[in-house]
Design a protein around this ligand. Structure first.
Ligand SMILES: CC(C)(COP(=O)(O)OP(=O)(O)OC[C@H]1O[C@@H](n2cnc3c(N)ncnc32)[C@H](O)[C@@H]1OP(=O)(O)O)[C@@H](O)C(=O)NCCC(=O)NCCS
Length: 253
């Protein structure tokens, strides 16, 4: 294997100035983006689906350390891609349940009240969506505008559905399709509007969309202790899979 080469596309900008670092080694590519609201922390996400080997992860860790990064956090990793990170000193930060729906018996989305409207999201909505996301998930796990855009671009096709209560944006869902597989990538309802059926309507809308496009399954993940989301997904026919995803992290001090 050739020695990994990092192409710091925007290294001149520095991590502390909201830049994204592109890390490359042979066919492996990863993006390290500042974690919103946590200076010095980056999220490391591989761009290709392939899992980098230990020596590549180790090299990226060193390059990020040299770039002044203090903490690296991964995306949600499945069991087969975790070992190289664990071998490089990463530990489990968050455990996520993975649930699957076979898209059988999907019902029409029931909009819970007349004043609620589900509409296609636009680029201009992204700032408002990031505010809803932050209120729903809290500052540590919130997605900023770039994160929501990433969730939309993670698959060849996506659906961004926004829930309006009058003129106010009160929730949204990002769903994605790749071939016959579909994913509920993000779901958030503003805390002041939770418990009114909006999350259910958005999830049913996502399931219907995937079904309409002849997908054979939908996956969603959520924190193992998120009883509200787990209750919602189970009540709509999702079933928990045997294995879990994990967000790993490593401090670099
Ligand atoms: C999860 C979330 C999207 C649900 O949205 P919501 O609009 O509040 O949910 P709904 O009003 O549609 O309720 C849907 C179902 O959730 C479940 N639910 C709600 N509160 C619950 C609780 N405290 N415990 C268990 N299940 C609960 C129920 O099944 C409920 O259906 P029911 O009212 O018919 O019993 C919302 O709470 C949220 O944004 N949470 C923070 C972000 C998040 O966790 N996103 C999804 C996981 S990645």
């Amino acid at each position: 294997m050739k020695s990994p080469v990092t192409n710091t596309v925007s290294s001149a900008l520095g991590v502390d100035r909201e830049s994204t670092l592109m890390l490359r080694a042979d066919e492996y590519v990863a993006r390290a983006r500042p974690w919103p609201g946590e200076p010095g922390t980056v999220q490391l996400v591989t761009v290709e689906q392939s899992a980098p080997p230990t020596e590549v992860v180790a090299r990226w860790v060193e390059e990020l350390r040299e770039a002044g990064v203090q903490r690296i956090r991964t995306g949600a990793l499945g069991p087969s891609v975790r070992p190289p990170y664990l071998e490089c000193g990463f530990t489990v930060r968050q455990e996520l349940a993975l649930l699957a729906h076979e898209l059988i018996g999907v019902r029409a989305s029931v909009v819970p009240c007349e004043s609620l409207l589900l509409q296609r999201g636009r680029r201009a909505d992204l700032v408002a969506l990031s505010i809803v996301d932050r209120r729903a998930f809290g500052p540590l796990w919130a997605m900023d505008v770039a994160g929501i855009a990433d969730a939309c671009n993670a698959t060849p096709h996506h659906r961004l559905r926004v829930a309006f209560e009058g003129a106010e944006i009160v929730g949204f869902a990002v769903s994605g399709r790749a071939g016959r597989n579909s994913y509920l990538q993000r779901l958030a309802v503003d805390p002041s509007h939770q418990g009114k059926g909006i999350g259910r309507a958005l999830t049913q809308d996502a399931l219907r969309w995937a079904r309409r496009h002849r997908c054979t399954g939908m996956l969603v993940n959520t924190h193992v202790e998120n009883e509200t989301a787990l209750g919602l997904y189970r009540s709509l026919g999702f079933e928990e899979l045997a294995y879990r995803l994990m967000v790993l992290e490593r401090g670099l001090r």
